[in-house]
Design a protein around this ligand. Structure first.
Ligand code: PMP
Length: 458
């Protein structure tokens, strides 16, 4: 079976763009409305991945365009190094009501990478100012992604996205992946005991590195691109919290994807009874309507910075950008007016249940996630969990193209098994979908997987 004809443009002919890949063909997306987007031939696609897990309120919302227009006409920019601005004050005050108790401040930046870069520096300076000048290492976890800037890469455990760049940054130590599906101690059902055992691996790394050199541990609560919807056994995050307290290590949770309602709670970590030291977020904060990220330290971290004459030694031109802040505030208001976090929880549970149907395909190994942050892991052998033979580019391209044939956009990813093998897709539709939309996603995924099976002989 060959794929449907769609108008595409080669990577070499995209105006003046330096494209991600020159040697590929791109479909041009021309417009979006709700949870659909259209290409240049007017083909409609169900956006089951919210753009890039960020268009959480759907495309084309007039309310957001109006808020952006009003703010840009009033004041598009002022430097946060020199002045205060009202939209930033109002937006961050609103975020403070949305975050868990103890989180009252947001350091507003332009992306998820910048939010994590800021968190890493904040953790380092926190210890420095408290006299722990030797603490600088930030331990990450294998099969995690925290961004593409040098600091964020240094803490990411995603070889496929960083191996060529590695000499450029500190490669900080990594705790093992904590995914139940591939847990070395159990078959995925080991519960708290396994959660605690996996967290204890972090303790051994801290001891090995020397606690006096470790500033922080960074983890996604529910993993995104690096492990599609995976999250640890219960007990894991609670034990991580204890370990961080014991060794004076800050706990940073990267909620760039999971935050702002994606998992059915305001923040992913709220599925567990754990209070981190720093929360980072981005993506859904502004629903894709403008680039924004945020670093949200707990009060106990903020206190260290309150008395500093020269403050936080960090900053960007676009920190606390008024236009972005006005858009972010409008997006949060849009979410709250429609109770989209609860919708994510409810419709997510429905979608998760209906997706079980896809286990009829032998190459579906695991369907997992929370709220509307769901993922599917594909395997060559369900019993042994061995990766597919066509693992990597061939399978993932086939999945994406077959998805387009069936009018649905998927997010193929992988490389989570043995550093290069393994195949996954995220399913992260806008938080505005209802159960009928969820059923449409399942129908389209079913048809997509049938085509993939045909094409690859699975
Ligand atoms: N952390 C996580 C968990 C992410 O999913 C991403 C983006 N996929 C990032 C950080 C980096 O964010 P950005 O691409 O906005 O820099």
């Amino acid at each position: 079976m060959s794929h449907q004809q769609r108008t595409t443009t080669p990577g070499t002919e995209l105006g003046g763009m330096f494209p991600r890949v020159f040697d590929t063909e791109y479909v041009t997306i021309t417009r979006g409305q709700g949870h659909y987007v259209w290409d240049a031939d007017d083909n409609r696609y169900l956006d089951a991945i919210s753009g890039n897990q960020n268009v959480n309120i759907g495309h084309g919302r007039e309310e957001i365009a109006a808020a952006a227009k009003e703010q840009i006409e009033t004041l598009e920019y002022t430097s946060s190094m020199l002045f205060a601005n009202e939209p930033a004050m109002e937006y961050t005050a609103k975020i403070a009501e949305f975050t868990p108790d103890g989180f009252e401040h947001t350091w507003l930046v332009g992306s998820g990478s910048e939010a994590n870069e800021s968190a890493i520096k904040m953790a380092r300076q926190y210890h420095f100012e408290r006299g722990d000048e030797r603490k600088y290492k930030v331990i990450g976890r294998r099969r995690s992604y925290h961004g593409n800037t040098a600091g964020a890469m240094a803490v990411s455990g995603f070889p496929a996205r960083k191996d060529k760049m590695e000499p450029l940054f500190q490669n900080f130590p990594k705790a093992p992946s904590a995914t139940p599906y591939r847990c070395p101690y159990c078959d995925g059902d080991g519960g708290r005991e396994c959660g605690i055992e996996r967290a204890n691996e972090l303790e051994r790394i801290i001891q090995d590195e020397g606690a006096e050199s470790v500033a922080a541990f960074i983890t996604e609560p529910v993993t995104g691109a690096a492990n599609a919807g995976a999250y640890p056994h219960d007990g894991y995050f609670e034990r991580v919290r204890e370990i961080c307290d014991e060794y004076n290590v800050l706990m940073i949770v990267d909620e760039v994807m999971a935050g702002f309602g994606r998992t059915g709670e305001n923040f992913g970590i709220e599925h567990w009874d754990v209070t981190p030291d720093i929360i980072t977020s981005a993506k859904g904060m502004t629903g894709g309507y403008t680039p924004v990220g945020g670093t949200m330290p707990h009060r106990r971290v903020v206190e260290v910075f309150e008395d500093l004459e020269n403050g936080f030694q960090h900053g960007h031109t676009y920190c606390f950008n008024p236009a972005s802040a006005a858009i972010g505030k409008a997006v949060l208001e849009y979410m709250q007016a429609r109770d989209l976090v609860a919708n994510s929880r409810q419709v997510g549970a429905h979608l998760h249940e209906e997706l079980q149907r896809l286990y009829k395909y032998d190459f579906v190994g695991d369907i997992r996630g929370k709220g509307l942050m769901l993922g599917i892991e594909f395997v060559g052998d369900r019993e042994t969990k061995a990766p597919l033979e066509d693992t990597g580019e061939r399978f993932q391209n086939e999945l994406f193209e077959s998805g387009l044939d069936n009018s649905i956009i998927t997010y193929p990813t992988g490389g989570h098994v043995d550093a290069s093998k393994g195949d996954l897709t995220l399913l992260t539709p806008p938080l505005t979908i209802d159960e009928a939309d969820a059923d449409e996603i399942v129908d389209r995924m079913d048809a997509t997987l049938a085509d993939v099976a045909d094409e690859l002989g699975l």
